[in-house]
Structures are given as structure tokens and as C-alpha cells.
Design a protein around this ligand. Structure first.
Ligand code: ADP
Ligand code: MG
Length: 447
């Protein structure tokens, strides 16, 4: 039977006390497809290995169908793992590779019927008599998948199973995995660092950063309502535009968020989300705008909720069905250091204790996600990206990327009117926590 998998306040430290997973709680429902998403080194495989029983939690509980399972040996957990490097036995045919675990589990039984049924399901009947070195990467991965499926496990644990494959095959197998696990209705925990894969596969996505859960939600939620600037920046391509802004809320005038040379004027009467921004008066914030939240149009064409700015075309990225236009709007980009660096460096920073009760609660809430995302300034010792520098991966010159149709004739150096749709405006505070749209649920401060 497919099963519920729960982690309760699970932490993991290896030797020398470095915590790689920190008080992780997750309730995975029977039959659910849950994706663990995060940059390399954030602890995804460690979590999966703790679920599999290959690694002991240092603290906390793993529960299977509500039963305490920390001490349960891997073989008794009835889970099948699929890894990135397919690990087939080179001296066995596809058939024997798939049948091998069955022979171990039920020595008296003939594994053939199950192997054949599995091969039919995966469309690999004609691969069964070949050896791994006679199979392509995709075929090997299918056989590995077959080996996991044939056992009829109660859960699949998949650790970046598609990372070694080329893009086309990856997309193809991705669709196959989604179809298959849904058909089988088996609880699946799927690890990936690829946000597109996570969004397309998961019933829910758990975003990890430095071993700490940042957000758990449906793909739609983590995209549309990211809990903090890390989630916002990690999910979605092109990367969300993050600009440094300043909230101005004069008593006698319109409320604005200034972005360097320009500003967003918040329409009156202020909606609730914008009213809540008032407390940020005079403070620096991070403005997040997805590339589809801004369009090229004159101020006179503004629909309700759209406000004008303008941008200088820096770079036009033609993509066929759409065009990504990189504008310079004269604002300063904010950075998410962990996502700029090729390998994330976990920052263990002591934060000064705020004096007020509210401050301490706030600090504690932010602390639950291992401290501030620290995005206001570029990481120390490195210069901000300039137009003539080689940009880090995923980032091009220009502070604002706008997605548009190929109809516009745009060229470098053109000044273009833009409309920002405030329904798509995100504002994050200095710690990187989302303040607009207002957090739907307050963080649980009792933890
Ligand atoms: N056996 C181990 N001993 C010490 N450190 C480890 C061990 N396994 C993993 N780590 C460290 O734990 C962190 C998380 O690793 P891992 O779970 O493999 O991350 P991910 O799968 O997200 O890339 C990394 O910093 C890694 O170096
Ligand atoms: Mg890993």
C-alpha cells in the first residue's frame, strides 16, 4: 500500500556538528508527488536518505503511516529508490536487473510475469535482453525505473533521476514519470535542483535553503506567493526582477515606492496590501517584478492597477515565440547571494537581538529560515554587475527583464514606456520576507 511519510522536526548533523538539515517538518500524503527543491548542497539528498533509512536523523522523527520509523531498517520500509546515476548491474541484462530485487524479496517466486508487466508499462520490452552497455542513457534510466516499479513499493524516492540526460530526453521522461506515478498512485518524493522540473511534476513543492524549509506549497503557490525573496528568485525563468526600492508614505501625498530615478505611484484608494506597506515608510525594501508583470505600453494605455515607468533597451533576447527585453530603468538590483554564486556558501551569521518584543518575534520568525536572505547589497568583495561585465548565469545586463511578443521592433538604446501591473508586485523587507502581498498566514512563532 502507498503510504504517508512524515518528518517531524528532523535535523541532521554530520561530524564536526555542521547542521545540514534543520528542524524539518513535512507531511507527505499517501499517493502524493512531493518535490524537494533547492540549490546543490542544501540537504535534499540527505532528507531523502533519512526517509529511506540510509541515514539516521540526529534529532526528530520519521514516521511512516503515523508510526515512529527512525529505527526501521531500509529493507523494511518498502520503498524503492531511483538515483541520478542509474546503478544497473553491468553484468546483468535488463530483465535480470529488473528482476533482481524481486528474487531477493521473494526467492521462491518467478519474477518474469512482473518483469514483463513492468516492461510493457514502460514500453521497454525490447530492451530486456540487452546489457546496460548496450543501452542509451535514457534507456538505462527506464530500466532503472522498471526495477523500482516492479517491486510494487509503497513509495518511490527519486534523487535527481533525470539530471544526467539531455534536455529533450529529460522532458520526455519527466512526462513519463508524472504519468506513471499518478497511474500507480504511489507516494513519491522527488529531489531536484531544477525549478522547472519541480513545478511541472509536483503536487506540492518543498523549497529548501541551507537545510531549512522555506516554503511548502503547490507549484502555483510557490510561484505566485513566494514566502521570501529566495523562493521568488529560485523559482521561475527568467529570474524575477529584484530592485531596491524605498517606500515613501507622506501624510499629505500619494504613497510611492521609489526605484532609483523613477517611482511606482500606488493608486488610491490604497488596497489593503498597499496600506500595510505604510509601516515601511522610509525603509529600503526589495521590489520583485516577474517579467510578465510589466508590459510595453504608453501611460495613456494603462488599465486599472497599472502604473507607468520607462526603460532604456539594453539587450533584446529573441526566443521565437517571445522576446525578453532587458531594460535599464536606473534602479539598483538586489541580490540573493546564494543564487549568484555557483555553489551556495552557507552564511552563519549572528544577528543582533532587536530590542522590542515584536522585533524579537520577527527575528525568530526569520530565524526559522536560517536568518535573513541578505539581499540588499552585493556580497562582500565582489562588484555589482555592470552592463559590460560577464553576467552570472541567468542574468543579463539591465535591471528589468520584460517578456513580450516578437511584434515590437526594439533595439539597443531606445527609451520605451512601460506599465507595471501592481497586481503582480512583490515587496520584500530587508530580511527578504514577503510583505506584499501580505503574508496570508503568520509564521508559527510557537515552534
Ligand atoms: N556523509 C557526509 N558527511 C559530511 N557531510 C556530508 C555528508 N553527506 C552530505 N554532506 C554535506 O551535507 C550537505 C548537504 O548535502 P546533500 O544532502 O547531498 O545536498 P543536495 O542533495 O541538496 O545537493 C552538503 O554540504 C554536503 O557536503
Ligand atoms: Mg543531492
Amino acid at each position: 500500500m502507498t503510504r504517508a511519510i512524515s518528518l517531524h522536526q528532523v535535523s541532521k548533523s554530520y561530524a564536526r556538528g555542521v547542521r545540514v538539515v534543520e528542524r524539518l517538518s513535512l507531511d507527505i500524503r499517501p499517493g502524493e508527488f512531493l518535490v524537494l527543491l533547492g540549490p546543490s548542497g542544501c540537504g535534499k539528498s540527505t532528507v531523502l536518505r533519512m526517509i529511506a533509512g540510509l541515514e539516521d536523523p540526529s534529532e526528530g522523527q520519521v514516521r511512516l503511516d503515523g508510526e515512529f520509523a527512525n529505527d526501521l531498517p531500509p529493507a523494511e520500509r518498502d520503498m524503492a529508490m531511483v538515483f541520478q546515476n542509474f546503478a544497473l548491474y553491468p553484468s546483468m541484462t535488463g530483465r535480470d536487473n529488473i528482476g533482481f530485487p524481486l528474487r531477493i524479496e521473494a526467492p521462491g517466486e518467478d519474477p518474469r510475469p512482473r518483469v514483463d508487466a513492468t516492461a510493457r508499462m514502460l514500453g521497454i520490452e525490447d530492451l530486456l535482453d540487452r546489457f546496460p552497455n548496450q543501452l542509451s542513457g535514457g534507456e538505462r534510466q527506464r530500466v532503472a525505473m522498471g526495477r523500482a516499479i516492479a517491486r510494487h513499493p509503497s513509495a518511490f524516492l527519486m534523487d535527481e533521476p533525470l539530471s544526467n540526460l539531455d534536455a529533450k530526453l529529460r522532458n520526455h521522461l519527466r512526462a513519463e514519470i508524472a504519468g506513471l506515478t499518478r497511474k500507480l498512485g504511489v507516494t513519491t518524493v522527488y529531489v531536484t535542483h531544477d525549478q522547472a522540473e519541480a513545478l511541472s511534476l509536483g503536487d506540492r513543492v518543498a523549497v529548501l535553503r541551507g537545510g531549512v524549509l522555506q516554503q511548502l506549497g503547490t507549484p502555483r503557490t510557490v510561484y505566485a506567493l513566494p514566502a521570501n525573496v529566495f523562493v521568488a528568485a529560485f523559482i521561475g525563468t527568467p529570474r524575477i526582477n529584484l530592485l531596491r526600492g524605498l517606500v515613501r508614505a507622506p501624510l499629505d501625498g500619494a504613497m510611492t515606492i521609489s526605484l532609483g530615478r523613477q517611482y511606482l505611484r500606488l493608486p488610491e484608494p490604497l488596497c489593503l496590501d498597499h496600506q500595510l506597506l505604510r509601516v515601511q515608510q522610509g525603509r529600503e525594501v526589495i521590489v520583485g517584478l516577474r517579467s510578465e508583470g510589466v508590459r510595453i505600453a504608453r501611460p495613456s494605455e494603462a488599465r486599472p492597477g497599472e502604473v507607468p515607468i520607462s526603460g532604456l533597451v539594453e539587450h533584446v533576447e529573441f526566443q521565437g515565440h517571445e522576446v525578453l527585453v532587458h531594460f535599464n530603468t536606473g534602479s539598483r538590483p538586489a541580490y540573493v547571494p546564494e543564487l549568484e554564486a555557483p555553489r551556495p556558501v552557507r552564511q552563519v551569521r549572528r544577528r543582533r537581538r532587536a530590542g522590542t518584543v515584536l522585533g524579537r518575534l520577527r527575528e525568530r520568525a526569520a530565524g526559522l529560515r536560517t536568518g535573513p536572505v541578505a539581499v540588499m547589497d552585493h556580497p562582500e568583495g565582489t562588484e555589482p554587475v555592470r552592463a559590460d561585465d560577464v553576467p552570472p548565469e541567468g542574468r543579463q545586463p539591465g535591471d528589468l527583464v520584460v517578456r513580450t511578443t516578437p511584434d515590437f521592433e526594439l533595439r539597443h538604446g531606445l527609451q520605451v514606456p512601460l506599465l507595471v501591473d501592481l497586481a503582480h508586485l512583490f515587496v520584500f523587507d530587508q530580511h527578504g520576507e514577503r510583505i506584499c502581498p501580505a503574508p496570508a498566514r503568520l509564521p508559527d512563532l510557537d515552534e
